[in-house]
Write a protein that binds this ligand. Structure first.
Ligand code: GLU
Length: 377
């Protein structure tokens, strides 16, 4: 795992919380030391932690295995406080700052909220904090919730341009059939591509405290690999589960055909209706062709009624299309900062935005990549 730059680690409820004895403190401390080791090597780490409902239900006296939605939401409200505290303390023991981020489906699926969540997570990672993420179970209702943290972790991975998503679970990976039902099931260490045959290997099973069975893990793997990240399913029940993987413990790798940046660029090149045009001067044109970001200073004219995050076309001095990219400002603000130095943006707009009008990670040179359909990585 040492080669990865940005890693999402998903922790299931049944790993963190024992039904009889509560929080598994020793286990969590060991995981935090594994996380600290990766963090010390320079990797950005995001934790997606379940366990809010599991930690809160007993406090409210909910003993039945299946809770009503309102009960689960109330349990999550109680448990999330405790969950955030144990992560903050566990990571603080390694001088790592934890940051709680609670997301709902809309935060990853609606453009504006997606960009906001992405920017905040990016800032936290730039400051070496570890976002500890969960679904905002207390406000999410059935129709608008993920309901499982496997897919949430994969989506967060694409949103944060992670190159690896680790699902720590109570099984060590994918088998050709659910091993509980079929003793002849064989272990599958590497999945180069998710085919119908791979999907058929998953059974529906999920344990009582958590929701995600193998089916949702494969769904998560589809999301992660489309976004350019490898996804790893590993047994988290042992102490030091990440160290164990590094030392060769059995696990299943789902490989991605691309990297987060290429996946994102392919999406930009292929699936968007451009909403506007930025006309740029010759200097900016050269900079873009050399792989640099587009700064407002190089923009001569702005056309169209686009919003921040929309795809726009970049045209050169001769009118030819140079590139397409996701613009960092609404059209009105873009007009105001066009031709101006980035250091003046705050004074002109009254807030400090990005210094690039299109960041190079969000910019695709025309003729540079084949189009593809799919979710925005
Ligand atoms: N968000 C839920 C919780 O924290 C768990 C969802 C899951 O287990 O995947 O309790």
């Amino acid at each position: 795992m040492a080669g990865f730059r940005r890693i999402v680690i998903k922790v299931g409820s049944s790993l963190l919380v024992d039904r009889a004895t509560g929080l598994r403190r020793e286990w969590l401390a060991a995981l935090c030391s594994d996380i600290a080791a990766l963090h010390d090597q320079g990797a950005d780490i995001l934790v997606v932690s379940s366990g809010a409902i599991a930690m809160g239900r007993g406090v409210l006296g909910f003993r039945r295995p299946a809770l009503e939605l309102e009960e689960a939401q109330a349990a999550a409200a109680v448990g999330q406080i405790a969950l955030a505290r144990v992560w903050a303390e566990g990571l603080a023991a390694h001088r790592i700052t934890a940051a709680q981020v609670l997301l709902t489906l809309g935060d990853t699926e609606e453009r504006r909220r997606y960009l906001n969540a992405r920017a905040t997570i990016g800032t936290l990672l730039d400051h070496r904090a570890v976002p500890v993420i969960n679904e905002n179970d207390t406000v999410a209702t059935n129709e608008i919730r993920y309901g499982d943290n496997d897919r949430l972790a994969a989506r967060v991975g694409s949103m944060a341009s992670a190159d690896c998503v680790v699902l720590l679970s109570d099984i060590d990976g994918l088998y050709t059939a659910p091993p509980r039902d079929d003793p002849a099931a064989e272990f599958v260490p590497v999945v180069p591509r998710i085919t119908a045959r791979i999907e058929a290997m998953a059974g529906g099973a999920a344990s009582e405290l958590s929701r995600g069975g193998m089916t949702t893990k494969i769904e998560a793997a589809k999301i992660a690999t489309a976004g350019g990240a490898a996804l790893l399913i590993a047994n988290g029940t042992r102490l030091h589960p990440l160290r164990a993987v590094a030392e060769g413990a059995r696990c299943t790798w789902f490989l991605s055909p691309s990297t987060p940046v290429t996946a994102r660029k392919r999406w930009i090149a292929g699936t968007l209706e451009p909403r506007g045009i930025l006309h740029v001067d010759a200097g900016a044109g050269r900079a873009i062709r050399a792989g640099k970001s587009l700064l407002p200073a190089g923009v001569i004219r702005v056309d169209g009624a686009f919003a921040r995050g929309d795809c726009v076309i970049v045209r050169g001095a001769d009118g030819g299309e140079l590139a397409r990219g996701l613009v960092a400002y609404d059209a009105g603000d873009a007009v105001k900062i066009a031709g101006r130095a980035s250091c003046d943006i705050a004074a002109i707009l009254g807030y400090s935005g990005r210094k690039e009008i299109i960041h190079r990670d969000d910019l695709v040179l025309s003729g540079d990549g084949a189009g593809a359909d799919g979710d925005m990585p």
